[in-house]
Write a protein that binds this ligand. Structure first.
Ligand SMILES: Cc1cc2nc3c(=O)[nH]c(=O)nc-3n(C[C@H](O)[C@H](O)[C@H](O)COP(=O)(O)OP(=O)(O)OC[C@H]3O[C@@H](n4cnc5c(N)ncnc54)[C@H](O)[C@@H]3O)c2cc1C
Length: 452
Protein backbone atom coordinates (compact mmCIF):
# COMPACT_ATOMS: atom_id res chain seq x y z
CA UNK A 1 0.00 0.00 0.00
CA UNK A 2 1.29 3.49 -0.82
CA UNK A 3 2.49 5.32 2.30
CA UNK A 4 1.23 8.84 2.91
CA UNK A 5 4.11 11.02 4.08
CA UNK A 6 2.97 14.33 5.56
CA UNK A 7 5.62 16.98 6.12
CA UNK A 8 5.14 20.16 8.16
CA UNK A 9 7.69 22.76 7.05
CA UNK A 10 9.23 23.31 3.63
CA UNK A 11 12.82 24.21 4.53
CA UNK A 12 15.89 22.16 3.60
CA UNK A 13 14.82 19.33 5.95
CA UNK A 14 11.24 19.20 4.71
CA UNK A 15 11.81 19.65 1.01
CA UNK A 16 14.70 17.17 0.80
CA UNK A 17 12.65 14.53 2.64
CA UNK A 18 9.71 15.27 0.33
CA UNK A 19 11.74 14.87 -2.85
CA UNK A 20 13.30 11.58 -1.77
CA UNK A 21 10.15 10.08 -0.25
CA UNK A 22 8.29 10.83 -3.51
CA UNK A 23 11.10 9.24 -5.53
CA UNK A 24 10.92 6.16 -3.32
CA UNK A 25 7.20 5.79 -4.09
CA UNK A 26 5.41 7.58 -1.23
CA UNK A 27 2.43 9.86 -1.63
CA UNK A 28 3.79 13.13 -0.20
CA UNK A 29 1.99 16.19 1.12
CA UNK A 30 4.08 19.14 2.27
CA UNK A 31 2.60 21.96 4.34
CA UNK A 32 4.35 25.34 4.37
CA UNK A 33 3.00 28.55 5.87
CA UNK A 34 5.55 30.89 4.32
CA UNK A 35 8.19 30.27 1.65
CA UNK A 36 8.89 26.93 -0.01
CA UNK A 37 12.59 26.62 0.63
CA UNK A 38 12.49 27.50 4.30
CA UNK A 39 12.38 30.48 6.58
CA UNK A 40 15.82 30.10 8.10
CA UNK A 41 17.15 29.18 4.69
CA UNK A 42 15.54 31.88 2.56
CA UNK A 43 15.19 34.50 5.29
CA UNK A 44 18.59 34.06 6.95
CA UNK A 45 21.20 31.83 5.39
CA UNK A 46 20.84 32.89 1.75
CA UNK A 47 20.21 36.66 2.18
CA UNK A 48 23.04 36.96 4.70
CA UNK A 49 25.47 35.31 2.28
CA UNK A 50 24.17 37.48 -0.59
CA UNK A 51 24.82 40.63 1.44
CA UNK A 52 28.28 39.41 2.40
CA UNK A 53 29.04 38.76 -1.28
CA UNK A 54 28.01 42.32 -2.15
CA UNK A 55 30.23 43.72 0.63
CA UNK A 56 33.08 41.60 -0.61
CA UNK A 57 32.65 42.84 -4.19
CA UNK A 58 32.63 46.41 -2.87
CA UNK A 59 35.87 45.77 -0.98
CA UNK A 60 37.53 44.17 -4.00
CA UNK A 61 36.65 47.13 -6.22
CA UNK A 62 37.67 49.76 -3.73
CA UNK A 63 40.97 47.97 -3.09
CA UNK A 64 41.61 47.48 -6.81
CA UNK A 65 44.69 49.67 -6.73
CA UNK A 66 46.51 46.84 -5.00
CA UNK A 67 45.81 44.66 -8.05
CA UNK A 68 47.36 47.22 -10.39
CA UNK A 69 44.15 49.04 -11.37
CA UNK A 70 43.40 52.73 -11.11
CA UNK A 71 40.28 54.89 -11.21
CA UNK A 72 38.04 52.09 -9.99
CA UNK A 73 35.55 52.69 -7.24
CA UNK A 74 32.04 51.70 -6.29
CA UNK A 75 29.36 52.79 -3.85
CA UNK A 76 26.66 50.70 -2.31
CA UNK A 77 23.13 51.03 -3.74
CA UNK A 78 20.88 49.81 -0.93
CA UNK A 79 17.78 49.56 -3.15
CA UNK A 80 19.65 47.55 -5.76
CA UNK A 81 20.92 45.29 -2.98
CA UNK A 82 17.37 44.80 -1.70
CA UNK A 83 16.24 43.83 -5.21
CA UNK A 84 19.17 41.47 -5.65
CA UNK A 85 18.29 39.64 -2.44
CA UNK A 86 14.61 39.42 -3.38
CA UNK A 87 15.53 38.06 -6.81
CA UNK A 88 17.79 35.35 -5.42
CA UNK A 89 15.02 34.34 -2.98
CA UNK A 90 12.39 34.21 -5.74
CA UNK A 91 14.64 32.10 -7.98
CA UNK A 92 15.42 29.64 -5.21
CA UNK A 93 11.78 29.39 -4.17
CA UNK A 94 10.74 28.80 -7.79
CA UNK A 95 13.37 26.14 -8.42
CA UNK A 96 12.54 24.29 -5.18
CA UNK A 97 8.82 24.43 -5.93
CA UNK A 98 9.31 23.10 -9.48
CA UNK A 99 11.50 20.26 -8.22
CA UNK A 100 8.88 19.23 -5.65
CA UNK A 101 6.04 19.49 -8.16
CA UNK A 102 7.99 17.50 -10.73
CA UNK A 103 8.21 14.67 -8.16
CA UNK A 104 4.45 14.80 -7.59
CA UNK A 105 4.65 16.35 -4.10
CA UNK A 106 1.37 17.99 -3.09
CA UNK A 107 2.05 21.46 -1.68
CA UNK A 108 -0.38 23.02 0.77
CA UNK A 109 -0.02 26.64 1.81
CA UNK A 110 -1.02 26.84 5.45
CA UNK A 111 -0.10 26.12 9.05
CA UNK A 112 0.03 22.50 10.13
CA UNK A 113 -0.22 20.79 13.52
CA UNK A 114 -0.83 17.32 14.85
CA UNK A 115 -4.29 16.61 16.24
CA UNK A 116 -3.79 12.88 16.64
CA UNK A 117 -0.89 10.46 16.27
CA UNK A 118 -1.62 10.13 12.54
CA UNK A 119 -3.80 13.17 11.92
CA UNK A 120 -2.55 16.55 10.80
CA UNK A 121 -4.72 19.64 10.54
CA UNK A 122 -3.82 22.41 8.12
CA UNK A 123 -5.21 25.91 8.53
CA UNK A 124 -5.36 27.45 5.06
CA UNK A 125 -6.90 30.65 3.76
CA UNK A 126 -9.85 28.58 2.60
CA UNK A 127 -10.42 26.92 5.98
CA UNK A 128 -9.08 23.94 7.81
CA UNK A 129 -8.33 20.54 6.40
CA UNK A 130 -7.63 17.26 8.19
CA UNK A 131 -5.16 14.82 6.63
CA UNK A 132 -4.43 11.21 7.60
CA UNK A 133 -0.76 10.28 7.53
CA UNK A 134 1.26 7.08 7.77
CA UNK A 135 4.46 9.01 8.42
CA UNK A 136 4.77 12.57 9.75
CA UNK A 137 7.88 14.72 9.49
CA UNK A 138 8.18 17.77 11.70
CA UNK A 139 10.56 20.22 10.03
CA UNK A 140 9.39 23.60 11.24
CA UNK A 141 12.78 25.26 11.77
CA UNK A 142 13.62 28.01 14.24
CA UNK A 143 13.34 31.73 14.80
CA UNK A 144 15.63 34.35 16.38
CA UNK A 145 15.84 34.25 20.17
CA UNK A 146 14.71 37.53 21.68
CA UNK A 147 15.45 38.16 25.38
CA UNK A 148 12.78 39.83 27.49
CA UNK A 149 14.68 43.12 27.74
CA UNK A 150 14.98 43.58 24.00
CA UNK A 151 12.34 45.79 22.47
CA UNK A 152 12.64 44.85 18.84
CA UNK A 153 11.10 47.53 16.65
CA UNK A 154 12.53 46.47 13.31
CA UNK A 155 13.79 50.02 12.79
CA UNK A 156 16.54 50.68 15.34
CA UNK A 157 16.67 47.46 17.32
CA UNK A 158 16.77 44.58 14.90
CA UNK A 159 16.81 40.83 14.78
CA UNK A 160 18.78 39.24 11.98
CA UNK A 161 15.56 38.97 9.97
CA UNK A 162 15.13 42.77 9.95
CA UNK A 163 18.56 43.23 8.47
CA UNK A 164 18.36 42.01 4.84
CA UNK A 165 18.99 44.92 4.49
CA UNK A 166 17.50 47.33 7.04
CA UNK A 167 15.67 50.42 5.80
CA UNK A 168 18.83 52.51 5.95
CA UNK A 169 22.51 51.69 6.25
CA UNK A 170 23.37 51.92 9.97
CA UNK A 171 25.87 54.64 10.69
CA UNK A 172 26.98 52.78 13.81
CA UNK A 173 25.74 49.25 14.37
CA UNK A 174 26.02 47.62 17.79
CA UNK A 175 25.98 43.84 17.33
CA UNK A 176 25.00 41.84 20.39
CA UNK A 177 26.34 38.28 20.26
CA UNK A 178 29.69 37.10 18.98
CA UNK A 179 28.82 33.61 17.75
CA UNK A 180 28.79 32.63 14.09
CA UNK A 181 25.82 34.82 13.16
CA UNK A 182 27.03 37.85 15.09
CA UNK A 183 30.49 37.91 13.55
CA UNK A 184 29.07 37.49 10.03
CA UNK A 185 26.92 40.59 10.56
CA UNK A 186 29.90 42.52 11.95
CA UNK A 187 31.87 41.67 8.82
CA UNK A 188 28.93 42.43 6.50
CA UNK A 189 28.14 45.89 7.86
CA UNK A 190 31.79 46.81 8.27
CA UNK A 191 32.32 46.03 4.61
CA UNK A 192 29.35 48.29 3.74
CA UNK A 193 31.08 51.15 5.59
CA UNK A 194 29.21 51.20 8.92
CA UNK A 195 31.04 51.76 12.16
CA UNK A 196 30.57 48.55 14.17
CA UNK A 197 30.79 47.70 17.88
CA UNK A 198 30.59 44.04 18.90
CA UNK A 199 29.46 43.09 22.37
CA UNK A 200 31.33 39.90 23.26
CA UNK A 201 30.03 38.14 26.37
CA UNK A 202 33.28 36.25 27.03
CA UNK A 203 36.93 37.12 26.40
CA UNK A 204 36.98 35.64 22.88
CA UNK A 205 34.76 36.06 19.83
CA UNK A 206 33.43 32.69 18.58
CA UNK A 207 33.69 31.21 22.11
CA UNK A 208 33.11 27.66 20.88
CA UNK A 209 35.85 27.72 18.26
CA UNK A 210 39.57 26.99 18.29
CA UNK A 211 41.21 30.01 20.07
CA UNK A 212 43.76 30.36 17.26
CA UNK A 213 40.96 30.64 14.71
CA UNK A 214 39.07 33.14 16.85
CA UNK A 215 42.27 35.17 17.34
CA UNK A 216 42.76 35.42 13.56
CA UNK A 217 39.26 36.86 13.19
CA UNK A 218 39.69 39.27 16.10
CA UNK A 219 42.92 40.54 14.57
CA UNK A 220 41.12 41.21 11.31
CA UNK A 221 38.22 42.97 13.06
CA UNK A 222 40.61 45.19 15.03
CA UNK A 223 42.61 46.02 11.90
CA UNK A 224 39.38 47.11 10.22
CA UNK A 225 38.39 49.35 13.12
CA UNK A 226 35.70 47.20 14.75
CA UNK A 227 35.31 47.98 18.45
CA UNK A 228 35.25 44.84 20.60
CA UNK A 229 33.60 45.15 23.99
CA UNK A 230 34.74 41.99 25.75
CA UNK A 231 33.29 40.35 28.86
CA UNK A 232 30.12 42.38 28.40
CA UNK A 233 26.53 41.11 28.48
CA UNK A 234 23.72 43.35 27.27
CA UNK A 235 20.88 43.72 29.74
CA UNK A 236 18.80 46.49 28.25
CA UNK A 237 18.35 48.19 24.93
CA UNK A 238 16.44 51.38 24.30
CA UNK A 239 15.69 53.02 20.98
CA UNK A 240 15.87 56.80 21.06
CA UNK A 241 14.82 59.27 18.38
CA UNK A 242 18.13 59.06 16.60
CA UNK A 243 19.80 55.92 17.90
CA UNK A 244 20.05 53.18 20.48
CA UNK A 245 21.52 52.86 23.94
CA UNK A 246 22.60 49.43 25.12
CA UNK A 247 23.46 48.89 28.75
CA UNK A 248 25.58 45.94 29.88
CA UNK A 249 25.37 44.02 33.15
CA UNK A 250 28.69 45.50 34.34
CA UNK A 251 27.36 49.03 33.87
CA UNK A 252 29.08 49.79 30.57
CA UNK A 253 26.87 51.68 28.12
CA UNK A 254 27.19 51.62 24.34
CA UNK A 255 25.42 53.93 21.97
CA UNK A 256 24.96 53.54 18.25
CA UNK A 257 22.52 54.28 15.46
CA UNK A 258 21.16 50.71 15.39
CA UNK A 259 21.49 47.49 17.38
CA UNK A 260 21.29 43.96 16.07
CA UNK A 261 20.60 40.91 18.21
CA UNK A 262 22.37 37.73 17.23
CA UNK A 263 22.10 35.57 20.32
CA UNK A 264 20.85 32.33 18.85
CA UNK A 265 17.54 30.86 17.88
CA UNK A 266 14.65 28.91 19.38
CA UNK A 267 12.90 25.94 17.81
CA UNK A 268 9.42 26.30 16.30
CA UNK A 269 7.87 23.49 18.32
CA UNK A 270 5.11 25.45 20.03
CA UNK A 271 1.58 25.16 18.62
CA UNK A 272 2.31 21.87 16.87
CA UNK A 273 0.18 19.76 19.23
CA UNK A 274 3.22 17.69 20.18
CA UNK A 275 2.56 17.02 23.86
CA UNK A 276 -1.02 15.90 23.09
CA UNK A 277 0.27 13.06 20.90
CA UNK A 278 3.22 12.15 23.14
CA UNK A 279 6.12 13.64 21.17
CA UNK A 280 8.80 14.35 23.78
CA UNK A 281 10.77 17.59 23.82
CA UNK A 282 14.09 18.45 25.43
CA UNK A 283 14.47 22.18 26.08
CA UNK A 284 11.94 22.83 23.32
CA UNK A 285 13.71 20.61 20.75
CA UNK A 286 12.17 17.34 19.59
CA UNK A 287 13.99 14.40 21.16
CA UNK A 288 15.15 12.16 18.31
CA UNK A 289 17.06 8.90 18.00
CA UNK A 290 19.70 7.90 15.41
CA UNK A 291 17.01 7.58 12.74
CA UNK A 292 15.52 10.99 13.56
CA UNK A 293 12.45 9.25 15.00
CA UNK A 294 10.74 11.04 17.89
CA UNK A 295 9.30 9.24 20.90
CA UNK A 296 6.36 8.41 18.59
CA UNK A 297 8.10 6.20 16.01
CA UNK A 298 6.19 7.23 12.88
CA UNK A 299 6.71 10.92 13.76
CA UNK A 300 10.16 12.04 12.65
CA UNK A 301 11.85 15.42 13.23
CA UNK A 302 14.65 17.07 11.30
CA UNK A 303 16.48 20.34 10.90
CA UNK A 304 16.72 23.06 13.52
CA UNK A 305 13.96 21.60 15.69
CA UNK A 306 15.91 18.37 16.14
CA UNK A 307 18.48 20.04 18.41
CA UNK A 308 21.41 18.79 16.32
CA UNK A 309 23.68 21.15 14.40
CA UNK A 310 21.60 24.09 13.11
CA UNK A 311 22.92 23.92 9.56
CA UNK A 312 21.14 23.75 6.26
CA UNK A 313 23.40 20.90 5.14
CA UNK A 314 22.57 18.85 8.23
CA UNK A 315 18.83 19.51 7.80
CA UNK A 316 18.95 18.27 4.19
CA UNK A 317 20.90 15.12 5.05
CA UNK A 318 18.50 14.32 7.88
CA UNK A 319 15.61 14.79 5.44
CA UNK A 320 17.08 12.29 2.97
CA UNK A 321 17.90 9.75 5.70
CA UNK A 322 14.36 10.02 7.05
CA UNK A 323 12.88 9.35 3.61
CA UNK A 324 15.13 6.29 3.28
CA UNK A 325 14.33 4.99 6.76
CA UNK A 326 10.59 5.57 6.60
CA UNK A 327 10.42 3.87 3.21
CA UNK A 328 12.36 0.86 4.52
CA UNK A 329 15.60 1.53 2.63
CA UNK A 330 19.12 1.51 4.04
CA UNK A 331 18.08 1.25 7.66
CA UNK A 332 21.30 -0.20 9.18
CA UNK A 333 23.34 1.68 11.80
CA UNK A 334 26.03 2.41 9.21
CA UNK A 335 23.53 4.85 7.70
CA UNK A 336 23.26 6.96 10.86
CA UNK A 337 24.48 10.53 10.60
CA UNK A 338 27.76 11.28 12.34
CA UNK A 339 27.16 14.91 13.28
CA UNK A 340 30.78 15.23 14.43
CA UNK A 341 31.83 15.05 10.80
CA UNK A 342 29.76 17.98 9.56
CA UNK A 343 31.81 20.77 8.02
CA UNK A 344 30.77 24.31 8.83
CA UNK A 345 31.91 27.75 7.77
CA UNK A 346 31.77 31.34 8.86
CA UNK A 347 31.57 33.77 5.96
CA UNK A 348 33.79 36.51 7.32
CA UNK A 349 36.97 37.81 5.73
CA UNK A 350 39.10 35.82 6.05
CA UNK A 351 36.61 32.95 5.88
CA UNK A 352 36.72 30.35 8.63
CA UNK A 353 35.84 26.70 8.24
CA UNK A 354 36.31 23.57 10.27
CA UNK A 355 35.37 19.93 10.45
CA UNK A 356 35.78 16.97 12.78
CA UNK A 357 37.94 16.98 15.88
CA UNK A 358 39.19 20.38 17.05
CA UNK A 359 42.62 20.74 18.61
CA UNK A 360 41.16 22.35 21.73
CA UNK A 361 38.69 19.46 22.21
CA UNK A 362 41.41 16.85 21.74
CA UNK A 363 43.44 18.50 24.52
CA UNK A 364 40.38 18.67 26.76
CA UNK A 365 39.83 14.93 26.23
CA UNK A 366 43.51 14.15 26.75
CA UNK A 367 43.59 12.56 23.31
CA UNK A 368 46.95 12.34 21.53
CA UNK A 369 46.88 14.08 18.17
CA UNK A 370 49.27 15.33 15.55
CA UNK A 371 48.73 18.91 14.40
CA UNK A 372 50.27 20.29 11.24
CA UNK A 373 49.78 23.90 10.23
CA UNK A 374 50.72 25.80 7.11
CA UNK A 375 50.17 29.54 6.56
CA UNK A 376 48.81 30.87 3.27
CA UNK A 377 51.60 33.46 3.22
CA UNK A 378 53.75 31.01 1.23
CA UNK A 379 50.94 29.97 -1.14
CA UNK A 380 51.30 31.30 -4.68
CA UNK A 381 47.57 31.55 -5.41
CA UNK A 382 46.94 33.46 -2.18
CA UNK A 383 49.58 36.01 -3.23
CA UNK A 384 48.15 36.17 -6.77
CA UNK A 385 44.71 36.89 -5.30
CA UNK A 386 46.25 39.47 -2.97
CA UNK A 387 45.00 37.85 0.20
CA UNK A 388 47.51 35.64 2.01
CA UNK A 389 45.88 35.85 5.43
CA UNK A 390 45.26 32.69 7.44
CA UNK A 391 46.34 29.09 7.59
CA UNK A 392 45.39 25.44 7.17
CA UNK A 393 45.53 23.15 10.19
CA UNK A 394 45.15 19.39 9.91
CA UNK A 395 44.58 17.17 12.92
CA UNK A 396 45.44 13.50 12.57
CA UNK A 397 45.95 10.38 14.62
CA UNK A 398 49.70 10.09 15.32
CA UNK A 399 49.56 6.27 15.28
CA UNK A 400 47.60 5.69 12.07
CA UNK A 401 47.86 8.99 10.22
CA UNK A 402 44.07 9.06 9.78
CA UNK A 403 42.74 12.60 9.36
CA UNK A 404 40.51 13.45 12.34
CA UNK A 405 39.73 17.07 11.65
CA UNK A 406 40.93 20.39 10.42
CA UNK A 407 40.44 24.12 10.44
CA UNK A 408 41.05 26.67 7.71
CA UNK A 409 41.22 30.44 8.03
CA UNK A 410 41.60 32.23 4.72
CA UNK A 411 40.15 33.02 1.34
CA UNK A 412 37.79 30.28 0.04
CA UNK A 413 38.04 28.38 3.35
CA UNK A 414 34.39 27.32 3.02
CA UNK A 415 35.21 25.57 -0.27
CA UNK A 416 38.61 24.20 0.76
CA UNK A 417 37.31 22.53 3.92
CA UNK A 418 35.41 20.04 1.70
CA UNK A 419 38.69 18.25 1.01
CA UNK A 420 39.36 17.73 4.72
CA UNK A 421 35.68 16.87 5.29
CA UNK A 422 35.95 14.14 2.68
CA UNK A 423 39.16 12.85 4.28
CA UNK A 424 37.47 12.78 7.71
CA UNK A 425 34.34 10.98 6.52
CA UNK A 426 36.19 8.53 4.28
CA UNK A 427 38.86 7.78 6.92
CA UNK A 428 41.71 8.93 4.65
CA UNK A 429 45.23 9.33 6.01
CA UNK A 430 47.37 12.46 5.81
CA UNK A 431 49.58 10.51 3.39
CA UNK A 432 46.60 10.18 1.00
CA UNK A 433 46.22 13.96 0.98
CA UNK A 434 49.94 14.51 0.67
CA UNK A 435 50.15 12.19 -2.34
CA UNK A 436 47.24 13.92 -4.13
CA UNK A 437 48.08 16.07 -7.12
CA UNK A 438 46.20 19.32 -6.72
CA UNK A 439 46.15 22.15 -9.25
CA UNK A 440 48.97 24.67 -9.26
CA UNK A 441 48.59 27.48 -8.48
CA UNK A 442 45.72 26.88 -6.08
CA UNK A 443 44.91 27.57 -2.45
CA UNK A 444 44.30 23.81 -2.09
CA UNK A 445 48.04 23.22 -2.39
CA UNK A 446 48.27 24.42 1.21
CA UNK A 447 46.29 21.29 2.12
CA UNK A 448 48.83 18.93 0.61
CA UNK A 449 51.58 20.94 2.31
CA UNK A 450 49.81 20.73 5.68
CA UNK A 451 49.40 16.98 5.17
CA UNK A 452 53.16 16.40 5.09
C1 LIG B 1 21.55 34.42 9.98
C2 LIG B 1 21.66 32.96 9.69
C3 LIG B 1 22.58 32.53 8.76
C4 LIG B 1 22.70 31.18 8.49
N1 LIG B 1 23.65 30.77 7.59
C5 LIG B 1 23.82 29.47 7.34
C6 LIG B 1 24.83 29.02 6.46
O1 LIG B 1 25.60 29.81 5.92
N2 LIG B 1 24.95 27.69 6.21
C7 LIG B 1 24.12 26.77 6.81
O2 LIG B 1 24.27 25.56 6.55
N3 LIG B 1 23.15 27.16 7.66
C8 LIG B 1 22.98 28.48 7.94
N4 LIG B 1 22.02 28.89 8.82
C9 LIG B 1 21.16 27.87 9.45
C10 LIG B 1 20.12 27.35 8.46
O3 LIG B 1 19.44 28.42 7.86
C11 LIG B 1 19.14 26.42 9.19
O4 LIG B 1 19.88 25.47 9.91
C12 LIG B 1 18.24 25.69 8.21
O5 LIG B 1 17.49 26.58 7.44
C13 LIG B 1 17.29 24.76 8.97
O6 LIG B 1 16.43 24.17 8.07
P1 LIG B 1 14.99 23.66 8.56
O7 LIG B 1 14.45 22.86 7.41
O8 LIG B 1 15.09 23.02 9.88
O9 LIG B 1 14.14 24.97 8.84
P2 LIG B 1 13.72 26.26 8.01
O10 LIG B 1 14.66 26.53 6.89
O11 LIG B 1 13.53 27.32 9.02
O12 LIG B 1 12.33 25.86 7.42
C14 LIG B 1 11.23 25.59 8.28
C15 LIG B 1 9.95 25.96 7.56
O13 LIG B 1 8.83 25.52 8.32
C16 LIG B 1 7.80 26.46 8.18
N5 LIG B 1 6.87 26.28 9.30
C17 LIG B 1 7.12 26.48 10.62
N6 LIG B 1 6.04 26.12 11.35
C18 LIG B 1 5.10 25.70 10.46
C19 LIG B 1 3.80 25.18 10.60
N7 LIG B 1 3.23 25.00 11.80
N8 LIG B 1 3.11 24.86 9.48
C20 LIG B 1 3.67 25.02 8.24
N9 LIG B 1 4.90 25.50 8.06
C21 LIG B 1 5.62 25.81 9.17
C22 LIG B 1 8.52 27.79 8.18
O14 LIG B 1 7.73 28.77 7.55
C23 LIG B 1 9.77 27.45 7.38
O15 LIG B 1 9.63 27.76 6.03
C24 LIG B 1 21.87 30.23 9.13
C25 LIG B 1 20.91 30.66 10.06
C26 LIG B 1 20.84 32.01 10.36
C27 LIG B 1 19.84 32.44 11.39
Amino acid sequence: MTKHFVIIGGGPAGNTAATYAARFGAKVTMIERDLIGGAAHLRDCVPSKAMIATGSALGTINDAQRMGLTDVSATLDFDALRQRIALIGERLERSTTSLLESQGVKLLHGTGRLVGPRQVVVETEEGSLEIDADVVLLATGSRPRIPEWAQIDGERILTTRDAYPPRTLPEHLVVIGSGVTGVEFVHMFKSFGSEVTLIVSRQQVLPLKDPEVAAALEADFLARGVTLLKGAKARSGVATADGVTIECTDGRVVTGSHALLAIGSIPNTDNLGLSDVGVELIDGYVKIDHNCQSSVPHVYAAGDISGKLPLSSVASLQGRKIAEHAMGLHSGPHRHIDYEKAASAIFTEPEIADVGLAEVDAFAMGRKIRVTKVPFSANAKALIEDDARGFVKIISDPATGVVLGGAIVGRHAAELISVIALAVSAGLRVADLHESLFVHPSMAEALTDAAE
